[in-house]
Design a protein around this ligand. Structure first.
Ligand SMILES: *Cc1c(COP(=O)(O)O)cnc(C)c1O
Length: 392
């Protein structure tokens, strides 16, 4: 439907009951070989390998359904789905770089993105430079004639700095660089980067889109045909594709994304508020908090929040931290986020930064607020602080 709101798109995009016996959800195609009845059809398919159904790895009705839904949400020309968020990032970076290029990546970037750039892109002759996430239009000073990509992640992983996306995008495009953003935290419901000058928006769909901690999935959405074709070709060359059941879980997850996100947001704000009043906590790193770097930009461009944030605690010995974290009842300890369950994880933002410094000696805990009742989550944290203080 033209001009439909996001909740409506979530319910209706990527499905076609009339073309499928009236069945509400699209079928899941498990597919490698596609058969062509005539030589003419075989040859025609070979000439259009980036669209249609040609071979399982290159796209199926199941991957197209998920991509169509995400593209509609992002306001994209088209999207490309792959097997994980990290694969989406690597595919996009490969699509727009070659030997001799220079790329700029925010210092607040997800750790594995940094490692892919430093280890793989650099090995192929790409100069990789990291920049202060709060640089804004000052990015112009770092741009070179051979800068081919400016990579953003806003808010940043672990520390949640909000970037001036339109200012950075405008400066980058003035020198012809492709602007790529990791938009996982905000989801397309809270932020649509392609409407703010970004060329390519990436999601680890593993997180909120799938939403149930049971699949790995990535998706790359492109503002126009040229960027989409470059990404699709890179994915085709490296064999990046997603499994049919994971795509189905992504499509299923999208239907409830909006209602889930509201509860994640409310729970995260309740936890952040309670934590900010604790004597053990020195800072809350949440874009909705005024002392979060880029808070004003968050207000201007995003306005809502999801369930992931961090707190900085006063330094405590490892045994006390272990006493706190080893006996959580509701919060799980583990990687990833975006599922229905709450998670808590000690992280070390200072360990990997190169363009900026993270000098706070305190302990940074990253929390994901799940869909549980906030009061129960707070009781779990309260008991954790009792254990922490008893171990000091
Ligand atoms: C988890 C994550 C990724 C990687 O996604 P996977 O699906 O786990 O590969 C990328 N970016 C951000 C911000 C993430 O949190």
């Amino acid at each position: 439907m033209k001009d439909a709101q996001k909740d409506t798109i979530l319910s209706h995009a990527g499905r076609d009951p009339r073309g499928n016996h009236g069945i509400v959800n699209p079928p899941v195609y498990h597919c490698s070989t596609v058969l062509f009845p005539t030589l003419a059809e075989l040859e025609a398919s070979d000439r259009t390998p980036f669209e249609g159904v040609h071979y399982g790895r290159m796209g199926t009705p199941t991957s197209y359904a998920f991509e169509e839904a995400v593209a509609e949400l992002e306001g994209a020309f088209k999207s490309v789905s792959v097997g994980s968020g990290l694969n989406a990032i690597a595919t996009a970076l490969l699509a727009f770089t070659k030997a001799g290029d220079h790329v700029l990546i925010t210092d607040s970037v997800y750790g594995p993105t940094r490692r892919f750039a430093n280890d793989s892109l650099a090995a192929y002759g790409v100069e990789v430079e990291f920049y202060d996430p709060t640089i804004g239009e000052g990015i112009a000073r770092l741009l070179k004639p051979n800068t081919s990509v400016v990579f953003l992640e806003s808010p940043g992983s672990l520390t949640f700095e909000v970037q001036d996306v339109p200012a950075i995008a405008a400066a980058a495009k003035a020198v012809g660089a492709t602007v790529i953003i990791d938009n996982t935290w905000a989801t397309p419901l809270l932020f649509q980067p392609l409407r703010h000058g970004v060329d390519v928006s990436i999601h680890s769909a593993t997180k909120y889109m799938v939403g149930h901690a049971d699949a790995m999935l990535g998706v790359i959405s492109c503002a126009d045909e040229a960027h989409w074709l470059a990404v699709k070709k890179a994915a085709t060359r490296t064999g990046a594709c997603a499994g049919p059941d994971d795509l189905f879980l992504g499509l299923r997850g999208l239907r409830t994304l909006s209602v889930r996100l509201k509860q994640h947001e409310a729970n995260a704000l309740a936890l952040a508020k309670w934590l900010s009043d604790r004597p053990e906590v020195t800072r809350v790193l949440h874009p909705a908090y005024p002392d979060c770097p880029g808070h004003a930009l968050w207000k201007r461009d995003i306005g809502g929040s999801s369930g992931l944030f961090s707190v900085v605690m006063k330094p405590v010995p490892k045994v006390a931290l272990a006493a706190m974290l080893d006996h959580m009842e509701l919060f799980g300890m583990g990687y990833s986020w975006g599922g229905f369950e709450s998670l808590i994880l000690p992280v070390r933002p200072g360990a990997i930064r190169t363009a900026t410094r993270w000098d706070d000696p305190g302990i940074v805990l990253r929390l994901h607020a799940g869909l549980e009742a906030a009061d129960d989550l707070i009781r779990d944290l309260d008991a954790a602080f009792v254990r922490l203080n008893a171990a000091l």
